[in-house]
Design a protein around this ligand. Sequence first.
Ligand code: PLP
Length: 354
Amino acid sequence: MSAGIGSATARIEIDLGAFRHNVQQLSQLVAPARTMLAVKANAYGHGLVPLARAALESGADSLAVLEVPTGLALRTAGVTAPLFAWLHGVSTDFAAAIEADIELGVSAQWQLDAIVAAAGEKPARVHLKVDTGLNRNGASAAEWPGLVRSALAAETSGAVVVAAIWSHLADASPEDDADALARFREAVAVAASLGCHPPLLHLAASSAGIRMPEARLDLVRFGIAAYGISPFDDHSGRDLGLRPVMALRAPVVSLEDGVATIAVGSGDGVQVPAIGSAEVGIWGKRHPILSMTIDSITIDVAHSMVAIGDEVTLFGPGSDGAPTAEEWAAWGDTIGDEIVARASERLPRVYLET
Ligand SMILES: *Cc1c(COP(=O)(O)O)cnc(C)c1O
């Protein structure tokens, strides 16, 4: 697709300066609790390795990778910080994970058994997960004492080290999160009564990490907030002092009768917006979207001086007058995570330091 004279092509800009700012803010907010940064789903679409490195340089001391292969990819890229993976399947290569010092979430007996079977000379560092009632994943209150006893036995045999007890909040409401915290404390007490006293307790992600200090415990697993998107409906990222990290920009490639076209569309992971409310920014001014196809978007630019090659910002930092990913999320009746994480791998990512 030919872009206009003097313009760049469609691209995703990743502002590493904004990301560093956010990680610093968040890690300072929760200190002395430590910050684990979630880089799952290709760092929420921003790019795994550059974001992992920037997080570790800016206040995070560990990374949450979801699955073992992502952890192995980070090791291959030379990342030596603690890594945590917790979503396992029957084919997960636990031996490779242990060898690569990837810490492993354990939410069921079969996982512990598989990890023990895979452990060689080096013990596996495991984080035992209890279900705090609002989540599908983790040992139930009934299963919990059995899982703790098995883990302690595996520790005695040298196969594992119980590094942590953890859970995940549903972020449904402050009341639900408070109930979940109480259930978490009960599970920690049950483990202690069985002789299990791991040095690390963790529960909160972005939402509780920000608004629920009592849930920060020893470590907060920050995800979306670090990418500059608010976990709350009633506060924007900007309200929270966060800066959006991703911008999606494309040049005007054709112009006819007050209608400009850009060559990105739903095939690039741009969510079909609510035509009528969705807008883009050009030269700091908002213009409504008229239509979208798999590879193009048309924009109403009647009565303005827009030219071929001018830069269109679909979403970005917000400071330039163009919409933010949070606004796109509101127009599409979805969450900001979806807007940034779906942005296509096909679009080139340009990393900036501001
Ligand atoms: C995704 C995820 C996080 C980060 O969640 P955010 O709401 O994006 O901050 C933390 N912990 C677990 C287990 C997760 O899956």
